[in-house]
Design a binder for this molecule. Sequence first.
Ligand SMILES: C[S@@+](CC[C@H](N)C(=O)[O-])C[C@H]1O[C@@H](n2cnc3c(N)ncnc32)[C@H](O)[C@@H]1O
Length: 323
Amino acid sequence: MSNYRNDIFDNRGSFSEFDGVYSDVDAHLNMLKDQDRCEGFFKAIKKYCKDKVVCDFGAGSGLLGVYALMSGAKEVWFVEREVTLHPLIKRLCETNGDFDEGVEFHICVNSSQIPDERNYFDVIISETIGDSGVECDFTYEYGKIARKHPNSICIPDRIEYYWTSIYEEEVQKEMDYLKDFPVNYLDIEGKGKSPFLPFIYMRGCKVRDKVDSIENKFHTLDIKNYPHDTYVDMKFNLNNDSLKDEHNFIVLYWRCFTEDLEIVNNAPQKPLGTFCNWIQFGFYNEGHKDYSLYTNIKEGGVNLMKLTDENSPKNQGRNERFE
Ligand SMILES: C[S@@+](CC[C@H](N)C(=O)[O-])C[C@H]1O[C@@H](n2cnc3c(N)ncnc32)[C@H](O)[C@@H]1O
């Protein structure tokens, strides 16, 4: 194995920035560059895939299914809807494959083309997580396959949601900057009310090095028992001792597991300089205690609702929606 771990990528992603178009190989290079992501999945694949029949749902460049073949899987079904990636998956298999006789792989475009038999798959792998844990309809589709194979190991089998509160110097800096700015941006919508108030609504963020922050788990999406209802309301409140007066920022993030093995996360504990394919979400701590991350599970993304204000027309549509 090479010394690829010595490469540190720029988190601003000036090269191969992911723009949401999976047909483009740049999107896949961006995911390869996230070493924690790849190694997290590799660890689980190595543990669970030997001699197994595997489905790689949302195969992309084929990375995870190919690694399953390299780890001794006997049959792998790659499911990738971007057909332009299919020749790449095939060549990646051939380039890396010195597989035993009888090892099979299949490449198909959607889940209607994989074997219909219940419990056909021993392992289902899918990196269809997204910044918010729920990516478009991908995670929902993954849940449907997982339900059809209840005896399978799912990588991951659950997505746990957390909040933590921190002091973030940059947030305070932005507030102070706008207070002193020659043009008044802070009272645009009435005294102290402005879309420019830093982080007052949920924003994407990359918080790092918060090693001491206390984690508060508030919801779990279980892949095999994925919600059937369209809307899921992940309620949480900030009413506990971990929230200190000096904390000015709340960070929302997730961790993914298979059984007791943690695979990947976008937690703020990650060291500075870690290249992470995912962002977190954060918002200024303005003292509200009750919130909900509200999602249309079939479309993905999340909205932040301040529950005390949820019926106020002023708040309708004001919170950013994140994928
Ligand atoms: C986040 S990427 C992960 C790619 C690859 N597994 C990896 O880990 O590098 C998700 C992939 O799932 C594919 N995908 C999403 N929904 C799909 C569906 N319903 N059927 C097949 N592929 C899908 C996308 O086109 C994209 O390539």
